[in-house]
Write a protein that binds this ligand. Sequence first.
Ligand code: DOR
Ligand code: ZN
Length: 443
Amino acid sequence: MTLIRNVRPYGEGAPVDVRIEDGRIAEIGHSLTVPEGAEIIEGNGDVLLPGFVDLHTHLREPGREDTETIATGSAAAALGGYTAVFAMANTDPVADNAVIVEHVWRRGQEAGLVDVHPVGAVTVGLQGEKLAELGGMAGSAAGVRVFSDDGLCVHDPLIMRRALEYTKALGAVVAQHAEEPRLTVGAQAHEGAMAAKLGLTGWPAPAEESIIARDCLLAQHVGGRLHICHVSTAGSADVLRWAKNRTPDLAAKAGEAIISAEVCPHHLLLTDDRLADYDPVNKVNPPLRTESDAHALRRALADGTIDCVATDHAPHAVQDKDCEWSAARPGMLGLQTALSIVVETMVRPGLLDWRGVARVMSERPAQIAGLADHGRPLAAGKPANLVLVDADAEWTVRGAEFASIAANTPYEGMRLPGKVTTTILRGRVTAKDGVATEVKVSA
Ligand code: DOR
Ligand code: ZN
């Protein structure tokens, strides 16, 4: 039994105590009596939220264990306040069959710090040509419910249509990396004044926006669920707003929204101004855009046009980042900084309160992926998947201190607000004061 003392659910009201029993919240109230032998967690007035859920994490195992493993990525996730993450399929070998997704699932269980849900590839080998065995992955021990070729776009419209039809039958969702490849050949940076000045080939906004429009139309046509990864432009927010407003009846009939979308912390905070010194730590796909894009993305997240925040945590080795811009791989670490960037860009300016943070970092992602035990209300009887946040704390980012093997954070040396102090998975502490604690999960 565990008693969390002195926490503020959703940052509201006077501090309360939370009693946890058998992995669930047993009681929330003022000055609860300490049960005999109970583990006490001092909350110090921290904000209490449901544990975060990341729909977009690259864990690099199998294949690039020199940059991240399921164990190290799980530790980074727990330290970032996450209780569930979705591991993208662009590993080596690709997670496009039941054997690989079951392997990832088991490795996550062994690490025991966070629920690791493998994402299955949409097409064989991420080649975009032939549908992978979606049913086999859905029916495997991993129970895959999110499919994505992330890193690459499912650009063939007929394959996308078939994927939406199959996933509809499986009760799953297709997560699309929206990038029309014919428009981004050789692209190195957001197509705009900065790319022109630096002499880098541009990645035009319509390459993203046109795929989002196409796939929203397809999803609504077949009634299959579509999730848009890392929305990065103001125009994409406009397209999503239009698409979501267009068929309320169809969405209602399906019992849930057909279209959902995520935004990454780096697209909320950073812009292509950062490219001036050609430091590839700022290279990411889709690229950092402009101030007006970031502003529109914050507004879209606040009003629900964009449903949630996902990290696109993308560890890379030093040799793949510390090189000339065009040779560097795109991607940045995200798990241990996501909450702080959301506090900086959304909470401090008054765009989201803590209930809003719970919505975009926990409740909506859990709903989109169909997780029943995460993103639940803070109430008696609900699973004790929780995070405690010191809202007033500030801290300085040091990539070398992160749990990830790679250290490619664009926030190096920055002072950020809001700190995860404790993460709890099914009643067990998985991270406390910057240290991840290995626990065995019996799920
Ligand atoms: O920046 C990115 N990195 N974008 C992607 O779509 C893939 C990811 C990766 O795997 O490194
Ligand atoms: Zn992507």
